[in-house]
Design a protein around this ligand. Structure first.
Ligand code: LLP
Length: 429
């Protein structure tokens, strides 16, 4: 694990300067706890690498992937640091705006944008639509026409490279639903360029998530560069190239490429190419990172309620469940488990499970833990795709969210109550 702002002090796990037990006492469990310092550092790793290569405001844009952690306090912090946003729904756009984010730094990804979403995004004059099909181009053109606007578009091209990650989070291969097939990209650009209410401004790709190595990203870049050259020869000049997100984090022993090293290699190729072929004509480079910014900036804090010692397995039943953190059930994802205040209990091998009525409801398997009921556990590296994928299954209110800043902490989302969960329902009269 690489969670620098979560550390032991005086025998207890802290988030920055706050003991996690203090947070549990104040707001209960399960709760997501995020470190502001960690969020900031992770964003700045991108920002500073861009600046180190002479790419400041205007020539590089980091569009944080809202889907990875959408709390408006997180969005507000990133926006203040200069971040743009990659959204995939009208709801996410409304969040960005509520958080004080700049809609002119918003790009809109996703294969299924509705007319209403397009209209909302156009009314806020977002930076660009990442379009994924010809029918979507036509729909966007119609919506823009009806509003007397021109929509800026980029085509999400599928470079058909293997991201070598979990099949559910790999998106750049031929046989998944994302993007426009590489061989169809040119004709699709011709269609886009012919539609009067569209303005072709960019190209993008996103090949998958939790990539530990940047080789597939650089391979994707080479293919995108090839396309940009072909487009230029047809008179379609682009203003930006968006390489997507995908850089992984260390959950256990993984050694993901450092953001600075990846960006150095990427900019070296881009700069060489622009110098050779375009006389250094500017091209804005964009990124859509999610996990690498928030993943290791958050933990899920939970309390042990029961220990069940069986003949073949031991279970630690905690108050967090698959509805709070879906990743283990969905991808067999591994998250570290830390005891908040380690005591001298006997150690046993446990499966850490929640109260939800599903065998798939587990958070960690076969972990040696010295614990007793009432102990607090931190499920580590849970800042990305934790709360955003949470559900109300079993009529469980979603967890509270807390942001720690030094020795201060704030509740940034209160726990849902049961009454709120059925407040929208009604019994027919
Ligand atoms: N851009 C697009 C178009 C995406 O689809 C995604 C993530 C990102 C950017 C951000 O990728 P990141 O930098 O976070 O890898 N729920 C899964 C991950 C799904 C990723 C979906 N797309 C998980 O928990 O591992």
């Amino acid at each position: 694990m690489n969670t620098p702002h979560f550390h032991y002090r005086d025998g207890e796990l802290f988030a920055e300067g706050v003991a996690l037990s203090t947070i549990a006492k104040a707001f209960g469990t399960p709760s997501y706890v995020y470190s502001r310092a960690s969020l900031t550092e992770n964003f700045l790793a991108y920002d500073q690498a861009c600046r180190a290569h002479g790419r400041g405001e205007g020539s590089a844009l980091i569009c944080y992937a809202v889907k990875s952690n959408a709390n408006i306090a997180v969005l507000n912090l990133l926006s203040k640091l200069g971040s743009g946003f990659d959204i995939v729904s009208g709801g996410e756009l409304q969040r960005v705006i509520a958080a004080g984010g700049n809609p002119h730094k918003v790009i809109f990804s996703g294969v299924g944008k509705t007319r209403d979403e397009m209209q909302l995004a156009l009314s806020h004059d977002i930076l660009c639509f990442n379009v994924e099909s010809i029918p979507e181009l036509h729909r966007l053109n119609e919506v823009a026409l009806s509003m007397g606007k021109r929509a800026r578009v980029s085509l999400r091209v599928n470079p058909d490279v293997d991201a070598k990650t979990h099949p559910y989070i790999s998106t750049g291969l031929k046989d998944n639903k994302f993007g426009i097939a590489f061989e169809d990209a040119l004709p699709t650009y011709r269609v886009a360029a012919s539609l009067p209410n569209l303005e072709v401004t960019g190209i993008d790709c996103h090949i998958g998530s939790q990539l530990l190595d940047d080789a597939p990203l650089l391979e994707a870049l080479d293919k995108i560069i090839e396309l940009v050259d072909q487009l230029a020869s047809e008179g379609i000049a682009l203003h930006h190239l968006d390489i997507g997100g995908g850089i992984g984090i260390c959950y256990d022993q993984e050694k993901p490429v450092a953001v600075g090293d990846y960006l150095a290699r990427l900019f070296a190729r881009i700069d060489r190419w622009r110098a050779e072929k375009y006389d250094n004509k500017p091209l804005t480079i964009m990124f859509e990172p999610g996990r690498s910014i928030v993943g290791n900036a958050g933990v899920l804090l939970t309390e042990v309620h029961y220990l069940k010692h069986g003949s073949s397995k031991n279970f630690a039943v905690v108050d967090a469940a698959m509805n709070d953190l879906m990743r283990p059930a969905m991808y067999e994802a591994w998250h570290g488990v830390q005891v908040v205040r380690p005591q001298s209990h006997d150690s046993h091998i446990y499966d850490v499970v929640g109260p939800v009525c599903e065998s798939g409801d587990w958070l960690a398997r076969e972990r040696a833990l010295a614990i007793a009921p009432g102990d607090l556990l931190a499920i580590m590296s849970a800042g990305a795709y934790g709360m955003t994928m949470a559900s109300n299954y079993n009529t469980r209110g979603r967890a509270a969210e807390i942001l720690v800043d030094g020795d201060q902490f704030s509740l940034i989302r209160r726990r849902e109550t049961a009454a709120e969960l059925f407040a929208l329902e009604s019994i027919p009269t």
